[in-house]
Design a binder for this molecule. Structure first.
Ligand code: PEP
Length: 246
């Protein structure tokens, strides 16, 4: 099964209007490398302005509420993000699972809310260093994936990002062998739930991916792209990652 590579930047809580030039430049890179699907999950405040300069890239959000509207001060719903110009959203990033106490059930509900608003979804899973050191990473992350997986999960709207928590923003990555084993384990777990559709679901790697390691990571059999934090903040840093995926 050949799956189009998906390379997505997660800007987290970074980016003011002064950085829209980077969005535009990355949109230009996306146009140049049309074989790769390229996107930027931006702070919500930038989505509408970025939509106007996004070139060949898509613009996404980093989270959405599980309800479409209501008394939830400070939150943003999937329809709001879609109206602003987002076509994708991340759900279940480890920083939200940790900082906001989001549960697997919350993540599944958010994914369904996003789908209902027409957004595509990147669902994040990943283990702590303690779990990795205990040798339980594949079992724990597979269980986390199945517990977070929304009803009706299918490749045309859902992708998975495997992000070891200890690799995010640290410059450390697992061995290539460990990444390959985890991605194969996650595809097998998906197949247990959604059968042959699992073959088409893209499973991204995230955690300190950059221009130096992207080619090797993206060459692994079940690695269908990347979710990239720090190395997506400028076109200069993101360019070699996009090129490696092309
Ligand atoms: C992320 O937070 O999704 C991420 C992968 O960050 P970084 O690339 O900076 O490790």
């Amino acid at each position: 099964m050949s799956r189009r590579k998906l390379v997505v930047g997660n800007w987290k809580m970074n980016g003011l209007r002064a950085q829209l030039g980077e969005v535009e430049a990355i949109g230009g890179l996306a146009r140049e490398h049309g074989s790769v699907e390229v996107g930027l999950c931006l702070p919500a405040t930038l989505i509408a302005a970025a939509d106007a300069v996004k070139g060949g890239a898509f613009v996404g959000a980093q989270d959405c509420h599980m309800r479409a509207s209501g008394a939830h001060t400070g939150c943003l719903s999937a329809p709001m993000l879609a109206e602003a110009g987002a076509s994708w959203t991340i759900v279940g990033h480890s920083e939200r699972r940790q900082d906001q106490g989001e549960t697997d059930a919350d993540v599944a509900a958010k994914a369904l809310a996003a789908k209902a608003a027409g957004l595509k979804v990147i669902l994040c899973v990943g283990e702590s260093l303690e779990v990795r050191d205990a040798g339980d990473a594949e079992a724990v992350v597979s269980a986390q994936l199945l517990a977070s997986l929304p009803e009706g999960a299918a490749a045309d709207w859902l992708s998975i990002a495997y992000e070891p928590i200890w690799a995010i923003g640290t410059g450390r990555i697992p061995t290539m062998e460990a990444v390959a084993e985890m991605h194969a384990a996650l595809r097998a777990a998906l197949a247990r739930r959604i059968g042959g559709e699992a073959d088409a679901v893209r499973i991204l790697y995230g955690g300190s991916m950059n221009g130096d390691n992207a080619a090797e990571l993206l060459a692994l059999a079940d690695v269908d792209g990347g979710l990239i934090g720090g190395a997506s903040l400028t076109a200069e840093k993101f360019a070699p990652v996009i090129a490696a995926a092309a």
